[in-house]
Design a protein around this ligand. Structure first.
Ligand SMILES: *[C@@H]1O[C@H](CO)[C@@H](O)[C@H](O)[C@H]1NC(C)=O
Ligand SMILES: *[C@@H]1O[C@H](CO)[C@@H](O)[C@H](O)[C@H]1NC(C)=O
Ligand SMILES: *[C@@H]1O[C@H](CO)[C@@H](O)[C@H](O)[C@H]1NC(C)=O
Ligand SMILES: *[C@@H]1O[C@H](CO)[C@@H](O)[C@H](O)[C@H]1NC(C)=O
Ligand SMILES: *[C@@H]1O[C@H](CO)[C@@H](O)[C@H](O)[C@H]1NC(C)=O
Ligand SMILES: CC(=O)N[C@H]1CO[C@H](CO)[C@@H](O)[C@@H]1O
Length: 851
C-alpha cells in the first residue's frame, strides 16, 4: 500500500537530504577508553572501560562503560558494551528474547576474544585457523549518549551480505556504501536507502569460511563501508544510541551461520501448507461483487487460485474491524468467505495501526478505555494521520494492548459470526504517518512518563552487577539528535511517529521506532493464536526487525511494475530467506506501482512460482494485472503453478527444516558451492530448497539468459536431461515467455506430486513420484516431511522420511506417523540411461528395492 503522501515524501527526500549535517566538523580524534578491573572466568570476561580523555564530538562521552564477554556456545560469542549504570537503552527481552549462555569454556570455543587495554579495542578470531574476523583497533571506540561509533577492518577477500532491508546488490559494495537503519514507508523501494525493516546482521563469506555478526540494536544507525587511509577495508557502525550488543557466529559453513543466527533471534514460524499456494490481491477492488468476479475469472481461466486478499477497500471509512455497508456488506463478505472455504480456498485481509480517533468508533472506545494508545507527555492522546483520517496509535508496550488487540480480532474475525479469515496482513506499520509532527503540535513534548510495569532483565548483566532500568539515558534531544542518520524521510520523525513520545514501559519511540512493526506483527500473531488456538497463525507484515520471522512473513513492499524491480526481488528474497531468518517472503508479483506489461508479468509469474511467498498485488492507481488478463501471462502462470504445486511437499519439507533448524528455504549458490568464488556475486540465480537451482531470464524483454553452473552434474528439471558442468557460464536462447530454466543438482532426490491440482488442499490427495538425480559419485539423497499442514502441534502425527540412492538400491526410511492413503507411484533415476520403477509403495512405512 502506498501512501497518499508519496509525492510529498519524495519531495522531502530532496529537501531534507541537503540539510543533513552528518559528519563531525572538527578533526578531534577521540582518545577512546581504557580497560580496567578485568576479571575472567572460564567462560566469560568482564571489565570496566574508563574514558581516557576529552572528546565530546556530539554529546558528552559516557565516562564509565562495562564490557561483558560470554562464550555462549561453541560457535557463539557475545560481546556487550554498555554504560556501567545500565541506563542506556537495550532492546527489551520481551520484544527480542535472546539466548542464555551455555557457559562453554573459552578454550573449547571456536571464536576467541582478545583485547587491547588502551586505547581499548577488541578482536574476534577463529580458533581453528587463527584468522581475524573482527578487529576494532583501527579507530577508538566512541560512546556518547546519542553518538556511538565502532569500526572493524576487513580483509580484501571478505564478501558481505545482509544488513537489510534494502534493494541494493545482494553482495554489499565494499566501499563508498552506506546502509541506514530507520524503518520507513518507502514507495518504489529506492536504491541505497533505508526501507521498511531493520536487520543489523551480516554474513561474511570468505574462501576460508563463513561467519556472522549481529548487532542486537534497534537504534537508528548508519553502517558505512569504506577503505581507510592505510588502504584497508572497514565497516563502521554509527548509532544514535543503545548499547553495543554483538553476537559473533562461527559458521564455518554458510548454512551453519543461518542456523546460529536463528538460535539468537528465534527460529522462523512453521507456515501452514496452504500459504504456499498462489495469492491474488489488489488495492481498488471496488466491491465484493468485483472480488467474486476475480474468483470466477480465475476459475474460468483454469489458473489455480488459493487465496484472495482484501486491501483497505473492504473497510468502512478505512477503519480497522469494519466492513463497508455499501460496498462490502458484512453478510456478503461472509458469503464470499464461505464460498472460498467451500472450494478449499482462503481469505486474508489487511489491518493498519492507525486507529480512527473518533468517539463512538467501538474499537477506539475500547482501546481508550483500556489505555492502550500512545500519549503526549501531558497525558493527552498522541495524534497522527493515516487512512482513517485523524488517528491514535497502539502502544504495543501498554499492559493491556495485547488484550485489546486480541479481543478486537476475536470479535471481528469470529469464525461463526464474523469474517472468518485465514490470516492477517499488517501494513503501514513502520509506522507510516501522513502528517508527522504537525498533526498535534508535538514538537514541545518529551517529559518522561513513569514506567507502569517492569521487565525481568536478569540475564542482561555481568556477574555481580545490578541492572539499571535500560530504558534510555535522560536529557537527550529525542527529536533532532546532533548526528543525523541518513534517513530518506529526513528527520527521525519524518513520515512517522514523533520520536520524543514515551511508551508505557518508560522507553521512547526514539529507541524503539524500529520495533513498531515487529511488535504489531507479533501482537497480531498472538491474537490469531488466541482466536484459533490449534492452528498455525499466518501474519504478513510490511515492517520487520531482526527476529520477525519467528511470528510473521514479509513482502517487499511497494515496488514497481518494472524489470528492475523484477530483478531486485531475487536479491531481496536471498537476503531475507538466507541471512535474516525470514523464509516466508516475496515481492508483489508483476509489481505494485505502475502499469504491468504482458511479457514482464509472464516472466514474473514464473519467477514468483519459485519463491516462497507468491502473491500478485497492485496499487489502486495501477491497471488490473490478474494473471487471466493476458494470454501469455495465463499460460506462464498455469505452467509455473503446476510445477510449484507438484513441488509443494519438497518446499514444505524445506520450510519444516527452516523452522526446526534455521536452514534456509532459498539460498544463494555459494551456500552449496562455498569454495567457488564465481558464485559469490551471483544474485539472479538461487537454490530453491537444497536440490534445485533456478536461473530465470533477467534481461529486459529478453528471451536469452546466461547463467552459471558450478563444477558439478545437473539435470534439467523440465526434461531430465543431464548437464555436466566444469563451472561455466551457460547461455540459453529462445526461452519461451512461459518458461524458466531450473536444474536439479546431482546428488539430490526430489519428491514431487504426480499431478498438480487447483488448490493446495487437492494437491494433498495426489500421489507422489520421486526423482533421483545421481551426483558425480553416483549416489543421491533427499527427504520428505508430511503432516496435516495446519495444526500448531502435530504431536506424533508427522512423517520425516529420508530417501537414499547408492547407485543400485533406492530406500525410504525414517518415521511414518502421518497417516495417508497417498502412495509413491514411481521412482525415476535420471541419467544417461534414465530408468523408472513403478510402485505403488505406501507411505505408512519404509521401503527398499533394487533397480
Ligand atoms: C574497579 O573495581 C573496584 C572494586 O570493585 C571499584 O571500586 C572501582 O570503581 C572499579 N573501577 C572502575 C574504573 O570502575
Ligand atoms: C574538553 O575540551 C573542550 C574543548 O576543547 C574544553 O572546553 C573542555 O574544558 C575540555 N574538558 C576537559 C574535561 O578537559
Ligand atoms: C552460566 O553461568 C552463570 C554465572 O555463573 C550462571 O548464573 C548460569 O546459570 C550458567 N548457565 C548455564 C546454562 O550453566
Ligand atoms: C471477469 O471476466 C468477465 C468476462 O470476461 C469480464 O467481463 C469481467 O470484467 C471480468 N472481471 C474481472 C474483475 O476480472
Ligand atoms: C494413487 O495411487 C493409487 C494406487 O495406485 C490409486 O489407486 C489412486 O487412484 C491414485 N490416486 C490418484 C489421486 O491418482
Ligand atoms: C526499485 C526500482 O526499480 N525502482 C524504480 C521503481 O520504479 C520507479 C518508477 O517506475 C523508478 O523510478 C525506480 O527507479
Amino acid at each position: 500500500m502506498v501512501s497518499l503522501g508519496l509525492l510529498a515524501s519524495l519531495l522531502a527526500i530532496c529537501i531534507t537530504s541537503s540539510l543533513a549535517k552528518r559528519t563531525p566538523t572538527t578533526d578531534v580524534r577521540c582518545p577512546g577508553y581504557e580497560a580496567t578491573n578485568v576479571s575472567q572466568g572460564d567462560s566469560y570476561l568482564v571489565a570496566d572501560l574508563v574514558f581516557a580523555g576529552n572528546c565530546s564530538l556530539y554529546n558528552k562521552d559516557i565516562t564509565n562503560l562495562r564490557l561483558l564477554v560470554e562464550y555462549q556456545s561453541g560457535s557463539r560469542l557475545h560481546v556487550l558494551i554498555g554504560d556501567s549504570d545500565y541506563n542506556v537503552y537495550q532492546v527489551q527481552e520481551q520484544v527480542l528474547p535472546r539466548p542464555r549462555t551455555q557457559n562453554v569454556t573459552a578454550s573449547s570455543a571456536e571464536l576467541k576474544f582478545s583485547y587491547t587495554k588502551s586505547p581499548f579495542s577488541f578482536q574476534v578470531t577463529r580458533a581453528s585457523t587463527g584468522e581475524t574476523l573482527f578487529d576494532t583497533s583501527s579507530e577508538p571506540l566512541i560512546f556518547e549518549s546519542q553518538f556511538v561509533q565502532v569500526q572493524t577492518t576487513l580483509p580484501q577477500d571478505a564478501n558481505l551480505y545482509g544488513l537489510g532491508e534494502h534493494s541494493d546488490d545482494f553482495r554489499l559494495a565494499a566501499s563508498n556504501y552506506e546502509r541506514s537503519f530507520w524503518n520507513a514507508e518507502s514507495p518504489y523501494i529506492p536504491r541505497g536507502r533505508n526501507l521498511y525493516g531493520s536487520h543489523p546482521v551480516y554474513f561474511d563469506h570468505r574462501l576460508s569460511g563463513t561467519h556472522g555478526v549481529f548487532l542486537a540494536s534497534a537504534s537508528g544507525m548508519d553502517i558505512n563501508f569504506g577503505v581507510n587511509s592505510a588502504g584497508q577495508r572497514y565497516l563502521q557502525y554509527t548509532t544514535i544510541g543503545g548499547v553495543l550488543d554483538f553476537y559473533f557466529l562461527a559458521g564455518p559453513e554458510p548454512a551453519s551461520v543461518s542456523k546460529q543466527y536463528a538460535e539468537v533471534v528465534g527460529l522462523p514460524a512453521m507456515m501452514p501448507y496452504w500459504i504456499f499456494g498462489f495469492h491474488q490481491c489488489k488495492y481498488g477492488w471496488g466491491d465484493v461483487g468485483h472480488v467474486k468476479q476475480v474468483m470466477a475469472n480465475y476459475s474460468a481461466a483454469g489458473i489455480p487460485l488459493e487465496t484472495l486478499w482484501g486491501d483497505i477497500d473492504y473497510m468502512d471509512r478505512h477503519e480497522d474491524f469494519t466492513t463497508s455497508p455499501e460496498r462490502y456488506p458484512h453478510a456478503e463478505v461472509r458469503d464470499l468467505v464461505a464460498s472460498l472455504h467451500k472450494n478449499g480456498q482462503h481469505y486474508i485481509v489487511i489491518l493498519d495501526p492507525g486507529i480512527h480517533h473518533q468517539a463512538g468508533y467501538a474499537t477506539y472506545d475500547r482501546g481508550a478505555e483500556k489505555d492502550v494508545f500512545l500519549k503526549n507527555a501531558d497525558g493527552s492522546p498522541y495524534l497522527g494521520r493515516q487512512w482513517a483520517g485523524e488517528v491514535v496509535w497502539p502502544d504495543w508496550f501498554a499492559p493491556s494492548a495485547q488484550d485489546w488487540w486480541t479481543s478486537e480480532i476475536k470479535l471481528f474475525f469470529d469464525t461463526s459470526t464474523g469474517i472468518d479469515v485465514d490470516g492477517l496482513w499488517v501494513d503501514m506499520d513502520e509506522a507510516s504517518n501522513m502528517c508527522d509532527l504537525q498533526c498535534s503540535g508535538q514538537a514541545k513534548a518529551g517529559a518522561p512518563r513513569r514506567a507502569r510495569h517492569s521487565i525481568n532483565w536478569m540475564s542482561r548483566y555481568g556477574p555481580g552487577q545490578t541492572p539499571g532500568p535500560m530504558k534510555g539515558l535522560p536529557n537527550r534531544n529525542l527529536l533532532s539528535p546532533p548526528y543525523r542518520i541518513n534517513n530518506h524521510n529526513g528527520d527521525l520523525w519524518g513520515g512517522t511517529l514523533a520520536t520524543n513520545i514515551a511508551n508505557a514501559d518508560g522507553s521512547y519511540q526514539y529507541d524503539t521506532h524500529n520495533l513498531y512493526g515487529h511488535m504489531m506483527a507479533a501482537a497480531t500473531h498472538d491474537a490469531l493464536l488466541a482466536a484459533r488456538p490449534t492452528k498455525r497463525p499466518f501474519v504478513l507484515t510490511r515492517s520487520t526487525f531482526a527476529g520477525s520471522g519467528r511470528k510473521a512473513a514479509h513482502w517487499f513492499g511497494d515496488n514497481a511494475s518494472t524489470w528492475d524491480d523484477y530483478r531486485v526481488s531475487i536479491a531481496q528474497m536471498l537476503a531475507f530467506a538466507a541471512i535474516h531468518a525470514m523464509p516466508m517472503v516475496g515481492s508483489d508479483v508483476c509489481g505494485f506501482n505502475g502499469d504491468a506489461e504482458e511479457k514482464m508479468c509472464a516472466r514474473w509469474a514464473t519467477l514468483g512460482a519459485f519463491q516462497p511467498f507468491y502473491r500478485n498485488h497492485a496499487d489502486i492507481t495501477a491497471p488490473s494485472q490478474e494473471f487471466y488478463r493476458w494470454g501469455l501471462v495465463r499460460d506462464a502462470a498455469k505452467k509455473a503453478i503446476d510445477a510449484r504445486y507438484r513441488l509443494l511437499d519438497y518446499v514444505y519439507t524445506a520450510m519444516h527444516a527452516a523452522s526446526a533448524t534455521g536452514t534456509p528455504i532459498a539460498s544463494p549458490l555459494w551456500f552449496a558451492y562455498p569454495r567457488d568464488a564465481n558464485t559469490f556475486g551471483i544474485q539472479t540465480q538461487w537454490l530453491w530448497g537444497d536440490a534445485l537451482i533456478v536461473s530465470p531470464v533477467v534481461d529486459t524483454d529478453s528471451q536469452s539468459v546466461t547463467f552459471y553452473l558450478p563444477n558439478d552434474v545437473f539435470y534439467d528439471f523440465w526434461t531430465g536431461e543431464k548437464v555436466a558442468s566444469q563451472g561455466a557460464q551457460v547461455t540459453v536462447d529462445n526461452v519461451a515467455w512461459t518458461d524458466i530454466p531450473v536444474h536439479i543438482r546431482g546428488g539430490s532426490i526430489v519428491p514431487l506430486r504426480a499431478q498438480s491440482a487447483s488448490t493446495t488442499a487437492e494437491v494433498r490427495s495426489q500421489n507422489f513420484t520421486i526423482v533421483v538425480a545421481p551426483g558425480l559419485d553416483g549416489t543421491a539423497k533427499g527427504g520428505l516431511y508430511l503432516d496435516d499442514g495446519e495444526s500448531l502441534d502435530v504431536g506424533s502425527a508427522k512423517s520425516d522420511i529420508s530417501f537414499s540412492w547408492d547407485g543400485k538400491t533406492f530406500q525410504a526410511a525414517g518415521t511414518f506417523g502421518y497417516a495417508t492413503d497417498v502412495v509413491v507411484e514411481s521412482v525415476t533415476v535420471l541419467g544417461d540411461s534414465e530408468q523408472t520403477k513403478k510402485g505403488p509403495w505406501g507411505l505408512g512405512q519404509g521401503f527398499r528395492f533394487r533397480f
